[in-house]
Design a protein around this ligand. Structure first.
Ligand SMILES: Nc1nc2c(ncn2[C@@H]2O[C@H](COP(=O)(O)OP(=O)(O)OP(=O)(O)O)[C@@H](O)[C@H]2O)c(=O)[nH]1
Ligand SMILES: [Mg+2]
Length: 183
């Protein structure tokens, strides 16, 4: 019975208070952006995910909020597009493979270079250390240090550990994003 009330309540919220927000997901190749988006959108996790060429877009529904998620290719040849797709969005999600310590210095440099662009000033940033299911993963504190997140100013910054594979902490990700819908 409670389930029916919840569905009717969500439907009324959507009807009278529908909100759409833009989210851009960036990060180096193989971080797990496309895998995360696929799982958030209700799809299955696959180990043989194909590298993104250009970008991919999916809508994710969370209550009355529709998250329009732009998932960009992370290979070097696509990184020059990141800035364009980050302009004017409600939040930027930067994803790293938390078990790939060799890639972190490059990820840090790419992130800081992007955030220096004046046009992106103030846009909230959510950093996700993906693949927390792997033994070699770094902790959130280690990620904050490796990516030098404490030096970032003039914007909100949060960092979570997640696993797209095991669907760990994904609800916290959606809640964080939805809370930035009207900002
Ligand atoms: N163990 C584990 N593997 C993951 C996880 N998320 C993604 N992967 C794997 O990591 C690889 C890369 O995933 P993608 O989602 O294609 O990575 P991407 O960031 O979209 O890569 P580009 O599109 O090239 O930028 C795939 O083999 C995925 O199966 C995770 O949470 N845990
Ligand atoms: Mg991809």
């Amino acid at each position: 019975m409670a389930g029916i009330f919840k569905r009717v309540y969500d439907w009324l919220l959507r009807l009278f208070w529908a909100t759409e927000m833009d989210i851009t997901m960036i990060g180096l190749q193989n971080a797990g952006k496309t895998s995360l988006l696929r799982v958030l959108a209700g799809g299955e996790f696959t180990l043989d995910s194909i590298p993104t060429v250009g970008f991919n877009m999916k809508r994710v529904q969370k209550g009355h909020v529709t998250l329009k998620c732009w998932d960009l290719g992370g290979q070097p040849r696509f990184r020059s597009m990141w800035e364009r797709y980050c302009r004017g969005v409600n939040a930027i999600v930067f994803i790293v493979d938390s078990a790939d310590t060799d890639a972190l210095p490059v990820a840090r440099d790419e992130l800081h270079m992007l955030l220096e662009k004046p046009v992106l000033e103030g846009i909230p940033l959510l950093v996700l250390g993906n693949k927390s299911d792997l033994d070699e993963k770094l902790s959130v504190d280690e990620l904050i240090d490796s990516l030098d997140l404490k030096s970032i100013s003039h914007r909100e910054v949060s960092c979570y550990g997640i696993s797209a594979k095991e669907e760990t902490n994904l609800d916290a990700v959606l809640q964080w994003l939805v809370a930035r819908a009207s900002k």
